[in-house]
Design a protein. Structure first.
Lengths: 219, 245
């Protein structure tokens, strides 16, 4: 392994790393918003909307991100909407992630015991008070592990962004290999940067899991 | 004594199965009525119908002369006045003991936090659990949880308290500590409707006993009549199952 090459490529990788993180986290933020809204719609069984949400989830969970990105990237201009490749990445990741987040959050809401609802209602709480003070905090705790798993999964999925010519980590590595054939160094740096990106999420994720789960487990 | 709770011709069906069949009952202020009967006789459903956790098909429930509305908005107002404690405690696992008790008074009754906490601490002290105020439900034994559940209902100052098999999930020693609390409430003159399988306790706490089967009141009487001189064959054979002589 030639460290001179690594040093030389470093700025390019750092740039790609920042782009990957930026688009990744923006996409995840969008997926969370979509997920929460979808989960609430399903939990409250809002007519029509909940059917639409189910269709959305099934479509996006059962197609690859690459295909979804192609639809957004090449499809939207066809109907007259022009957006940047970055925005495509964010929207694509947000839509895919939203379908996973929706299922995770909905199952958290559904996992709160019925007896909790009855206990709260018997104390004279209204449906709103019940939801805010009893259901939501418990559902949050119950959804945390699945939501964190989704975040990690989505960050890894950013590796297909290269297909819509976003200069992310994967794109940079492939490009450099194609140009200079320094395969070992390039792949090593690629693995290194993905680990740098994901390891903190795993660690912080398990800390959050412990903190939020601590009070409730052992019931 | 004045009548606080009156149930007129209550009927309830689950699909085609009749669970409560034209049931009527009147409870006076300060009276403790114990309902016993074989499982599936409708005891729990009866209590759940009174505070609107179950819809009723026919009949009416009157609380202090007013008809208990089935209207969603008023139902929560009614439930403030009718406390209920369940077999499974149903404490909120994400809140500590003090928060469990003060949540409803603060949110529902809009009481000041300090004021609600002061009363909660007094009540905790009364049932011997003051030291547990900062613990979480998972750290408590079943008997302790159930005592907390009782004071969580009490702090709402209910006019009637419904207790639904509150000791059915507890070890014998814990049963005692919970029932002692209920006995002290009975002495205080609280109006209670109790469903239980603890016959010795039922005899000690009840002003009146009701034997329910098939959604109907089969027999009704004072503890002495009920246990020592049951009139119906059905009650005799039911009581027999609790003795080993």
């Amino acid at each position: 392994m030639n460290f001179e090459i690594i040093k030389e490529y470093m700025p390019l990788y750092i740039k790609a790393f920042m782009l990957t993180i930026r688009i990744g986290w923006m996409g995840i933020a969008l997926s969370f918003v979509i997920g929460v809204i979808s989960a609430f719609i399903m939990h409250f069984k809002i007519p029509i909307a909940s059917k639409a949400v189910k269709v959305y989830i099934e479509i996006f969970r059962n197609t690859p991100l690459l295909v979804q990105l192609f639809f957004v990237y090449f499809g939207l201009p066809k109907i007259g909407i022009r957006i940047s490749a970055e925005a495509c990445g964010v929207i694509g990741l947000g839509l895919l992630g939203g379908s996973y987040m929706a299922e995770s959050i909905r199952s958290g809401l559904g996992a709160v015991k019925v007896s909790q609802t009855e206990g709260a209602l018997a104390l004279g709480m209204t449906k709103g008070q019940l939801f805010r003070s009893v259901i939501l905090p418990q559902a949050f705790t119950l959804s945390v592990p699945a939501v964190i798993a989704n975040v990690i999964f989505l960050l890894k999925e950013t590796s297909v962004f290269s297909a819509i010519s976003l200069m992310d980590l994967m794109f940079t590595a492939k490009d450099l290999i194609g140009l200079y054939y320094n395969t070992t160094e390039c792949l090593f740096m690629l693995v290194f940067f993905y680990i740098i990106m994901l390891l903190p999420v795993s660690v912080i994720g398990s800390i959050i899991e412990k903190k939020t789960g601590f009070k409730m487990f052992g019931e | 004594m004045e009548e606080i709770l009156k149930i007129n011709n209550l009927s309830k069906k689950f699909n085609d199965i009749v669970v409560l069949d034209n049931l009527s009952l009147s409870v006076k202020k300060g009276e403790v009525v114990v309902i016993v009967g074989p499982s599936g006789c409708g005891k729990s459903t009866f209590l759940r119908c009174i505070n609107g956790l179950e819809d009723i098909d026919e009949g009416e429930v009157l609380l202090d002369g007013e008809k208990v509305s089935r209207n969603k908005k008023n139902l929560s107002k009614t439930r403030e006045r009718i406390g209920m404690v369940f077999q499974s405690y149903d404490l909120f696992p994400h809140k500590n003991i003090l928060q469990n008790i003060t949540l409803a008074p603060i949110k529902v009754k809009k009481r000041k936090k300090a004021d609600a906490e002061e009363e909660a601490l007094k009540l905790l002290d009364r049932v011997g659990l003051l030291s547990k105020k900062d613990s979480y439900p998972r750290q408590l034994s079943g008997g302790q949880k159930q005592r907390v559940a009782i004071i969580r209902a009490l702090i709402m100052h209910p006019e009637v308290l419904l207790l639904d098999e509150i000791t059915a999930a507890l070890d014998p020693e814990m049963v005692r500590e919970v029932l002692d609390v209920v006995l002290s409430l009975a002495k205080e003159g609280r109006t209670m409707l109790i469903v239980t399988h603890e016959m010795a306790f039922a005899r000690a706490v009840a002003d009146r006993l009701i034997f329910l089967e098939g959604g109907k009141i089969v027999e009704e009487g004072s503890p002495a009549e009920f246990f020592d001189n049951p009139k119906t064959e059905r009650l005799k054979s039911f009581l027999q199952t609790f003795s080993y002589e």
